[in-house]
Ligand binder design. Structure first.
Ligand code: CUA
Length: 153
């Protein structure tokens, strides 16, 4: 094997090892890996399955809330949510029909909400204001009208 070949093979393997170390560090030390727990639900029985049989906002701690939400063509239930500023909010969501999206522009909330799966995402709203929530997965003829607001004050 030529000297240059050896150098390039060493560099390539070295880069791979460095990438694996970085990804491993992010996944295990920083907890940035994809969620491994999968929670499923029968999409035909969302209305009768807890907690989705009673969607809404619940205070679960000191300025900590759980928002249980269903997404369906073409809306969000509950609609028009109001939360106090600084609240830590845990969204628990599922879809009753097709795949929808849950995106709040200006935040890092961007989730896919699929029938048969329970999607959980947490966020702390530190600034007051009216936050637009949009569906960013094409879900049918009313997709572009599927939106709601979260008012933080
Ligand atoms: Cu729901 Cu697009």
């Amino acid at each position: 094997m030529q000297r240059l070949e050896e150098i390039w093979i060493t560099v390539s393997v070295g880069i791979l090892i460095v990438f694996m170390i970085i990804v491993g560090y992010q996944t295990f030390a920083l907890g940035m890996g994809p969620p491994s727990h999968k929670e499923v639900i029968d999409p035909q029985k969302v209305d009768t399955t807890a907690p989705f049989n009673n969607p809404g906002i619940k205070e679960i701690g000191d300025n900590e809330f759980e928002v249980v939400m269903t997404l369906q063509a073409f809306g969000f239930t509950p609609n028009s949510i109001e939360l106090p500023v600084g609240a830590e909010v845990h969204f628990t969501m599922t879809s009753k029909d097709v795949t929808h999206g849950f995106q709040i522009p200006g935040t890092n909330i961007n989730a896919m909400v699929m029938p048969g799966h329970i999607q959980k995402i947490s966020h702390t709203f530190t600034k007051p204001g009216e936050y637009l929530v949009i569906c960013n997965e094409y879900c049918g003829i009313g997709h572009q009208a599927m939106s709601t607001t979260i008012t933080v004050k």
